[in-house]
Design a protein around this ligand. Structure first.
Ligand SMILES: [Zn+2]
Length: 195
């Protein structure tokens, strides 16, 4: 795979939060996160509309079987603040996916969480069909790119930040050419949640 041609893709809002916050050199997990990584995800109707249900199923299962503390199930109820998955379109040509974290503020309103200093209530994952289909990083097919983006964004919901670009990781911020968690990603996941 030609990593030299990878474009500046997979840009997430989380990246800007990353840039704004204090960050220990080399650390690729967020200090904050949901109270538990044994949790459920709710699929918005847009996921089925695009026919991406099995893709998100794979994205969830990709993070299973690594740590006994990490398992993302699927729920058809929006009660108890599950993570919520969406597929849509974006006018931002450099945006493939987006995985912000939310919390309740002192007034009980849902607001963006600080990924490093808050306990998150839930995350949303959005994958953008139009930009994914226009842009595949070196060597990946469109379907592999879709898997890369969904797995990457779901990784953010597990408190994984962006890996250094020198690492072989589905969590690098630009043009990830892996489409499932690598050994590096599995080690990072266990460093956050335990074995
Ligand atoms: Zn990202």
């Amino acid at each position: 795979m030609n990593r030299a041609i990878k474009p500046s893709l997979l840009v997430c809002l989380v990246l800007s939060l990353f840039a704004a916050g204090a960050w220990p050199a080399g650390a690729t997990t967020y200090w904050g996160g949901e109270a538990s990584a044994i949790k459920d995800a709710y699929y918005d109707g847009s996921v089925a509309s695009y026919g991406w249900g099995s893709i998100f199923d794979s994205g969830r299962s990709n993070w299973g079987g690594i740590s006994s503390k990490v398992s993302i199930g699927k729920t058809t109820s929006t009660a108890n603040y599950p993570d919520k998955y969406y597929v849509g379109q974006t006018s931002n040509a450099n945006l493939w996916g987006f995985a912000p974290a939310y919390k309740k503020d002192a007034n009980g309103n849902i607001v963006l969480a600080d990924v490093n200093y808050d306990t998150w209530l839930y995350c949303t994952v959005s994958a953008y069909e139009n930009t994914i289909k226009l842009n595949q990083p070196g060597g990946l097919t469109t379907s592999q790119t879709i898997s890369s983006v969904t797995t990457h964004e779901i990784g953010h919901t597990l408190s994984l930040g962006h890996s250094p670009s020198s690492e072989t990781s589905v969590m690098v911020s630009a043009g990830a050419t892996n489409f499932s968690p690598t050994n590096y990603d599995k080690t990072e996941l266990k460093s956050k949640w335990g074995n």
